[in-house]
Design a protein around this ligand. Structure first.
Ligand code: GDP
Ligand code: MG
Length: 579
């Protein structure tokens, strides 16, 4: 297939607008999968995707379609490059789009443009792709395609006449989709006489074949048996197997300019396969393709085994869970104060940047325990990561959104109307404020009508403090958290109150404190269970009575010194939810 008979495109949509269903229909229409057979939603390969109905990992399929183009009946090779549909995967989406020349922008005819439609549109627009608007679900009784056309015009300046009206459910209008792909989207621009450059789109681990990479050949060609190198890691591999996804892996032994397919090359872990990396012939020198970004971790979770002796088992389990996902990395650290409670304790936090002792070098802190406790080392400035959030809501909810976002320390960047009934708002928010419960709250205050998307933005200076939780005067480092100074009092109060509810009374008094440095800002006490020491005293022997009471006191002291407070796992969960 010469490049002019190839089209590479992607489908982008807000979640649930019908991307997977449309992809399935196109695969059926071209005979790539049989109608009504096999798994529904072929592209959603991962179990978790089927279960949750969202596309997490990009999957890709090649199909063939006969079409009369410019007067000749021609067979075209069409690569449908799937993109993750979830808000957290903007970079992966942008890499998938880098292998395309056009997109189908699917919008639900009843719901209209939503937050991820906007975010995805801009990714495609910035990549200079041809955009074919598809107004889907026109079979629904509440469908209002004209209103969607109005939105497409007002938000994206798209020509409403270019929109195709479809129902991926009934099949209505679908026959026009592939002709539009062939006629409107340009062929891939690569140079077949240049040295090989291919873009790594995605990877997964297969028990039998090992790491399988999805690639798009930008220039040149790739053949089985050749030696290739990675621009990102400098590692070299031999190509053991190469082919297309049709939709199952189909060996072809070669991939030519403009084609999209898979490569097996003896990589040992998906961590070697970096999305956006350039692969090239080891014998040649090439300029890497633009846009590669090393994985940047934005959200962190600490997991601790309840029983220290389970540490190895836990860490093994985590390795297994994450071996298929190169965007997750695992490091081991130790906590002195843990080892209590039950089962696994997990703790969400994110990454901050601190300048310590006024040094110019900034230190990345991903765990509050990493902050210096040495009073001589002073934190002189802090920054936290922020995101730019796009929220689309029916206009009656604007007030609630403003309240929610200002509670979460948001800064309004934009406020406009996309049609007569819907508003679009943009906010800069600290990442910290959206990782825990933001989405749920947003949905609940808008009766489910809000749609939300965010992209990572830069670090911003912020007045952060470390909030310690002390049990009987001892800090529990897994409970320490970093909060904004203005919120410290409230969060501290809430944390100690919650802990009080979850920790059972014990043989000795327990004090629960929240503190910033040496300053206690909230305090609760759980009184000791009172063993009735006097029950054994028959007579009125005062000295004996006093002795017994004294003894009990001493026992209490000893217990306190040991400080073995049982913290149930719910307490950690509760803290996690609230902070
Ligand atoms: P995705 O999240 O964009 O991949 O959306 P899906 O393809 O999973 O579709 C979401 C839901 O909408 C599913 O229940 C589909 O059956 C349904 N759906 C998709 N297309 C249509 C359509 O044209 N009409 C109707 N009525 N439902 C559709
Ligand atoms: Mg889907």
């Amino acid at each position: 297939y010469p490049p002019d008979k190839i089209r590479n495109f992607s489908i982008i949509a807000h979640v649930d607008h019908g991307k997977s269903t449309l992809a399935d229909r196109l695969l059926e229409l071209t005979g790539t999968i049989r109608k009504g057979h096999g798994q529904p939603q072929y592209l959603d390969k991962l179990q978790v995707e089927r279960e949750r109905g969202i596309t997490v990992k990009a999957q890709t399929a090649t199909m063939f379609h006969q079409h009369n183009f410019l007067g000749t009946d021609t067979k075209f090779l069409l690569n449908l490059i799937d993109t993750p549909g979830h808000v957290d995967f903007n970079y992966e989406v942008s890499r998938s789009l880098a292998a395309c020349q056009g997109v189908l922008l699917v919008v639900d005819a009843a719901q209209g443009v939503q937050a991820q439609t906007v975010a995805n549109f801009y990714l495609a627009f910035e990549a200079n792709l041809t955009i074919i608007p598809i107004i889907n679900k026109i079979d629904q009784p509440t469908a209002d395609p004209d209103r969607v056309k109005e939105q497409l015009k007002s938000i994206f300046d798209l020509d409403p006449n270019e929109a195709l009206l479809t129902s991926a459910k009934t099949g209505q209008g679908l026959e026009l989709v592939l002709p539009a792909v062939i006629e409107r989207i340009p062929p891939p621009p690569g140079d077949s006489s240049s040295p090989l450059r291919m873009l790594l789109l995605d990877s997964y681990y297969d028990e039998y074949k090992g790491v399988i990479c999805h690639v798009a050949v930008v220039d040149g060609a790739l053949r089985k048996g050749e030696k290739i190198s990675s621009a990102a890691t400098g590692q070299s591999y031999e190509v053991l197997d190469v082919g297309i996804m049709h939709p199952e892996l189909t060996q072809t032994g070669v991939l030519l300019t403009g084609q999209v397919g898979y490569v097996v090359s003896g990589m040992r872990s998906t961590k070697e396969a970096r999305v956006g990396d350039t692969l090239y012939h080891t014998r040649s020198t090439v300029k890497p393709l633009p846009g590669f970004k090393p994985v940047k971790h934005m959200v962190f979770a600490g997991l601790y085994p309840a029983d220290g002796s389970d540490f190895e088992a836990l860490s093994h389990a985590i390795e297994r869970l994450t071996c298929n996902d190169a965007s997750v990395s695992v490091t081991k650290e130790s906590s002195t104060a843990l080892g209590l409670g039950s089962d696994v304790v997990s703790w969400a936090c994110s990454i901050w940047m601190f300048s310590i002792n006024g040094l110019n070098s900034k230190v990345h802190i991903q765990n509050p325990a990493m902050l210096p406790s040495n009073p001589k080392q002073r934190v002189t400035a802090c920054w936290e990561p922020t995101v730019i959030a796009t929220i689309i809501i029916p206009s009656e909810y604007v007030g609630s959104i403003i309240t929610l976002c200002s509670e979460r320390r948001g800064e309004q960047l934009e406020y406009s109307f996309i049609d007569s009934q819907r508003a679009l708002m943009k906010y800069r928010l600290p990442l910290r404020e959206i990782v825990v419960d933001f989405y749920n709250e947003l949905k609940s205050i808008t009766s489910g009508y809000a749609s939300f998307d965010y992209e990572e933005a830069d670090y911003q200076a912020s007045d952060l403090v470390k909030l310690d939780i002390l049990l009987n005067g001892q800090p529990v480092d897994a409970m320490a958290t970093i909060v904004h100074r203005l919120k410290a009092q409230r969060v501290g109060r809430e944390l100690v109150e919650k802990l009080k509810k979850f920790i059972d009374r014990q043989m000795f008094e327990i004090t629960i404190q929240a503190a910033i440095g040496s300053k206690v800002i909230a305090r609760e006490t759980i009184s000791a269970m009172r063993k009735n020491v006097l029950a054994k005293c028959y007579g009125g022997d005062v000295t004996r009575k006093r002795k017994l009471l004294e003894k009990q006191k001493e026992g209490k002291k000893r217990m306190k010194r040991v400080g073995s407070v049982d913290i149930p796992q719910e307490a950690f969960h509760e803290l996690l939810k609230g902070s």
